[in-house]
Design a protein around this ligand. Structure first.
Ligand SMILES: NC(=O)c1ccc[n+]([C@@H]2O[C@H](COP(=O)([O-])OP(=O)(O)OC[C@H]3O[C@@H](n4cnc5c(N)ncnc54)[C@H](OP(=O)(O)O)[C@@H]3O)[C@@H](O)[C@H]2O)c1
Length: 318
C-alpha cells in the first residue's frame, strides 16, 4: 500500500476515509482495472451509485482485491446511492438489494438518498430510470423524501447498511428530515469545489454533526457536462501553481487540500493513474489562513452541476 488516508468519524462512530474515489463514468473492463489500481494505490473509500450503472464493476474490482487478500472488507468504505425513481418506501428495500447484489457485498458502509427529488417509477433497467412526458420534461413523483428516509432507516436496523445519508439536500430539507428521523444522516454529499464552495451549508451541517462529502471537487474540469469553468481555471491558475510549488504540490492537490481544510471529504474522479496518485497524496501539508483566503476568491456562486432538468420538481433544492 502506497498511501494511508486519515479517517473522520461520523456521529455514529463509523469512520470514513477523508478522500474517496469518484466513479461516475468509470465503467466496464477499464473501470474494473482503474478501481483495482486505486485500491493498490491506497484508496479505501469508493463512491458509486445505482444510477452510474457501474456497481457490478465496483463489485468485481472489490471482490478481486478481497480474494487476493490485498484488503479486508472492514478496511474498505463503499458508498452507493438510492436512485430517485425508487423513493417509494415499497421500492427502497428492493432497490437496495439490487445494489447489494450488483456490488456482491453483504453490507454497504454508506447508503445515500441520491437527491431529494422523487421520480416516477418505471422499473430497474437503465432506460427506465428517468422517464419524460410528451413535452420532454422529467416525470416526477410526489413521494415525500421523509417517507423514503424512514424506509432507509430500516436498512440500518436490519444490519445491511452501516450509515445512511443524503445528497443534494439544502438546509431546509435537512431540517425537515431531522424533524421526523430517528437516525440522523451521517453525511450530506453536495457539490463543493473552489468555484462553488457552499460554505454556509457546510457550516449548517457542521453544527448538526453531519459530515459533508464534496462531489465534483474538480468542478468536472474540462468535461462537457460541467456548467462552470471556474474550477478548471483554478487547475491552471499561476498563483495557485506558486502556492502549490511551496509544498511541492500541483494545483489539483491544492484544490483537494483546500476542500479538506474547509471541512469536506472530497471524492474526485481521476482520469488516469497519475491523477489517482496525485489526488491521494495530500496529507503531508496544510494551507495557511492566507492561502485559504486566496482559494476563497475563486468562488463565484455558480454550480458545475445545477441539475436543471429537475428544476420543475417540487423538491428542487437549488
Ligand atoms: N451525489 C451526486 O449527485 C453526485 C454528482 C456528481 C458527482 N458525484 C460523485 O463525485 C465524483 C466526482 O465528481 P465528477 O466525476 O463530477 O467530477 P470531478 O471529480 O469534479 O472532475 C473529474 C475531472 O477532474 C479532472 N481531474 C481529476 N483529478 C485531477 C488531477 N489530479 N489533476 C488534474 N485534473 C484532475 C479530470 O479531468 P481530465 O479528464 O481533464 O484530466 C476528471 O475528468 C463522481 O465521480 C461521483 O462519484 C456525485
Amino acid at each position: 500500500m502506497w498511501a494511508t488516508v486519515p479517517r473522520v468519524k461520523f456521529f455514529n462512530g463509523h469512520e470514513i476515509p477523508l478522500i474517496g474515489l469518484g466513479t461516475y463514468l468509470t465503467k466496464g473492463t477499464a473501470g474494473v482495472k482503474a478501481i483495482k489500481q486505486a485500491i493498490d494505490i491506497g484508496y479505501r473509500h469508493i463512491d458509486t451509485a445505482y444510477r452510474y450503472g457501474n456497481e457490478q464493476d465496483v463489485g468485481r474490482a472489490v471482490r478481486d482485491k478481497l480474494e487476493e487478500g490485498f484488503v479486508k472488507r472492514e478496511d474498505l468504505f463503499i458508498t452507493t446511492k438510492l436512485w430517485n425513481s425508487f423513493h417509494s418506501p415499497e421500492h427502497v428495500e428492493k432497490a437496495f438489494h439490487r445494489s447489494l447484489e450488483n456490488l456482491n457485498l453483504n453490507y454497504v458502509d454508506l447508503y445515500l438518498m441520491h437527491m431529494p427529488m422523487g421520480l416516477a417509477f418505471r422499473g430497474y433497467e437503465e432506460q427506465e430510470l428517468i422517464s419524460y412526458d410528451s413535452s420532454g420534461r422529467v416525470v416526477c413523483s410526489d413521494v415525500d423524501f421523509c417517507d423514503t428516509w424512514k424506509a432507509m432507516e430500516q436498512l440500518v436496523y436490519a444490519g445491511k447498511v452501516r450509515s445512511i445519508g443524503v445528497s443534494n439536500f439544502n438546509s431546509s430539507q435537512l431540517s425537515r428530515l431531522l424533524s421526523v428521523s430517528s437516525i440522523k444522516p451521517a453525511t450530506n454529499q453536495i457539490e463543493c469545489n473552489p468555484g462553488f464552495t457552499q460554505k454556509p451549508l457546510i457550516e449548517f451541517c457542521r453544527k448538526l454533526d453531519i459530515t459533508v462529502t464534496a462531489f465534483s471537487p474538480m468542478g468536472r474540469a474540462n468535461r462537457s457536462d460541467s456548467s462552470s469553468q471556474v474550477t478548471a481555471n483554478v487547475l491552471t491558475d499561476p498563483e495557485v501553481a506558486t502556492l502549490g510549488a511551496k509544498y511541492g504540490k500541483s494545483n489539483a492537490q491544492v484544490v483537494l487540500r483546500y476542500l479538506i481544510d474547509i471541512g469536506t471529504i472530497p471524492v474526485p474522479k481521476p482520469s488516469n493513474r497519475c491523477e489517482m496518485l496525485e489526488n491521494i497524496d495530500i496529507f503531508d501539508f496544510r494551507l495557511t489562513a492566507e492561502e485559504k483566503a486566496l482559494m476563497d476568491r475563486f468562488d463565484n456562486g455558480k454550480r458545475a452541476v445545477p441539475l436543471k432538468y429537475y428544476s420543475h420538481h417540487r423538491d428542487y433544492p437549488f
